[in-house]
Design a protein around this ligand. Structure first.
Ligand SMILES: [Zn+2]
Length: 500
């Protein structure tokens, strides 16, 4: 984990002059022939400093790798100038000169605006930096490369992506797919705690375009070690380059902090950070194919798609997210009413034979058949789903119920009436609707999902009322003698008479 809080970062304690990467940043900018410095609005002095450091760094690298440069010297030529010697083998390119001078306050003029490298060598002012960058490339200090093996077209990756999906009754194809070159930076630093002790080591890291360090497994999967140098790299958009510059700048600090931590140093432990250096030694721009697009699934007039994105060598197909069930799946099919869904969520109604979503089926509590919910009735007493032909009528309240709710000729609602007080909210509502019931007493009340079920008494008469819960309309009425359990159904007229 990288710590973002600079208060706890060793980087915050390191003098700016020792932060690594700066020279490479300029090599990066210059090697891409982008006018980064002018965009950054550097002062002439800091621009001159930047180029001076870059030249010093470049010559140091070239001296290490090429005998030609072994004795090449350079030095300041006033505040805004620099001179450098040319190796014998290179002098002819500069008209036989042994050394060249550069005016560093005219950087924009000496950075070529196009890809023509190394520029017009007859004009040293314009030619020296491009030439130097070319030398760095030839010495493999700064190079561009591509992995030996990576997909060259979207169709090469499409085959693998398609293989992940099973599409029942439909087809799939690529839609809106691009394959573009994106750069992964391979940077090698020399980490040294104390110049007088031989405890230096080289540290190689790979950085993704977003600045994240790439782990070893991904480095292997992308083939970043197994690469070949290219001489005509893709252009980097100036905005992207400025972003990369910032990534490299931050990475230098990050590598140094990581190595310090690996050596057991922690912030504030008294380590003399001025003796710690982490110098960038070489860098390679590795151009990797990045794929982005979507796979479209067509079922007649209906279609859906699944996006994918990633490095082409390792891009993985993403599962289809079923919008109806929320299930992620690589197996896709269509219901009979045309919805594109996760295939494993489809089930066939055992009554109609229609293919619908599993959670749209209910199990008939009597037959055990799994059927579309609209084909079954819901018992208002037990909430069980039952096919209409298996529903029964309660002999007492005459409501259609599941057989399981009947016991001794009564449904559970009829069996569970309880004495209700006058302040029972349900009774208040019923009496509000039927004021003629106010005179009646001994109220016993129960309810199902859809009905109120009550008995009331007056003198020697008892009434049973089954009312629609929503409208309070009477669904069934019956009367009985006060002490009898024999109920006689009432017509609407008889009910009206009984209540009057
Ligand atoms: Zn009943």
């Amino acid at each position: 984990m990288e710590r973002k809080d600079s208060k706890h970062s060793l980087a915050a304690e390191v003098p700016p002059a020792l932060r690594p990467g700066r020279e490479f940043v300029h090599a990066l900018a210059l090697s891409q022939a982008a006018v980064v410095s002018s965009r950054q609005k550097l002062s002439a002095t800091s621009r001159a400093d930047a180029v001076r450091r870059f030249i010093a760094w470049s010559l140091a690298r070239l001296r290490e790798s090429s005998a030609d440069f072994a004795d090449v010297e350079h030095g300041n030529d006033g505040e805004l100038g620099i001179w450098l010697e040319l190796p014998r083998s290179q002098r002819e390119k500069f008209g036989g000169s042994t050394r060249v001078r550069l005016r560093l306050d005219a950087l924009n003029e000496i950075v070529p605006a196009d890809d023509e490298m190394p520029g017009d060598l007859s004009r040293p002012q314009q030619a020296v930096l491009p030439w130097l960058i070319q030398q760095l490339g030839e010495a493999q200090v700064i190079t561009h490369a591509v992995p030996w093996a990576q997909p060259a077209s979207v169709h090469e990756i499409a085959k693998d992506l398609f293989a992940a999906y099973q599409v029942d009754g439909g087809t799939m194809h690529l839609a809106g797919c691009t394959l573009e070159d994106r750069v992964i930076l391979g940077l090698t630093y020399r980490y040294r705690v104390n110049k007088t002790q031989p405890n230096e080591r080289d540290v190689a890291v790979f950085i993704a375009p977003d600045g994240a360090l790439i782990d070893d497994a991904t480095v292997a999967a992308l083939g970043l070690h197994d690469r070949r140098v290219i001489t005509q790299p893709p252009r980097i958009h100036p905005e992207e380059l400025i972003r990369l510059v910032e990534v490299i700048r931050q990475n230098g600090d990050r590598v140094r902090d990581r190595e310090l931590a690996r050596d057991g140093h922690v912030a504030g432990d008294g380590t003399d950070l001025r003796r710690v250096s982490c110098e960038l030694r070489s860098g390679v721009f590795i151009w990797c194919k990045y794929a982005e697009g979507k796979i479209q699934f067509d079922f007649g007039d209906e279609s859906t798609s699944v996006p994918f994105s990633g490095w082409a060598r390792v891009v993985r197909p993403q599962p289809f997210h079923c919008p109806y069930t929320g299930v992620a799946s690589y197996h896709i099919a269509q219901t009979d009413d045309g919805r594109i869904v996760a295939a494993d969520e489809i089930e066939t109604c055992q009554l109609s034979g229609r293919r619908v979503l599993r959670d749209e089926l209910v199990e008939c509590a009597v037959s055990g058949l799994r059927v579309a919910a609209e084909l079954a009735e819901a018992c208002p007493v037990t909430e069980l789903h039952v096919l209409p032909e298996h529903m029964v009528e309660c002999p007492m309240c005459r409501q259609r119920v599941a057989p399981a709710s009947l016991e001794q000729g009564q449904c559970a609602t009829c069996r569970s009436r309880q004495r209700a007080d006058r302040d029972d909210e349900r009774l208040v509502r019923i009496l509000g609707h039927y004021p003629m019931l106010v005179d009646w007493g001994d109220v016993r009340l129960s309810e199902s999902l859809t009905t109120y079920n009550l008995t009331i008494s007056r003198r020697l008469q008892r009434l049973m009322l089954v009312l629609d819960k929503a409208t309070l309309a009477p669904l069934h009425a019956a009367s009985a003698r006060r002490w009898s359990n024999t109920w006689s159904p009432l017509t609407v007229d008889e009910l009206t008479d009984a209540l009057s």
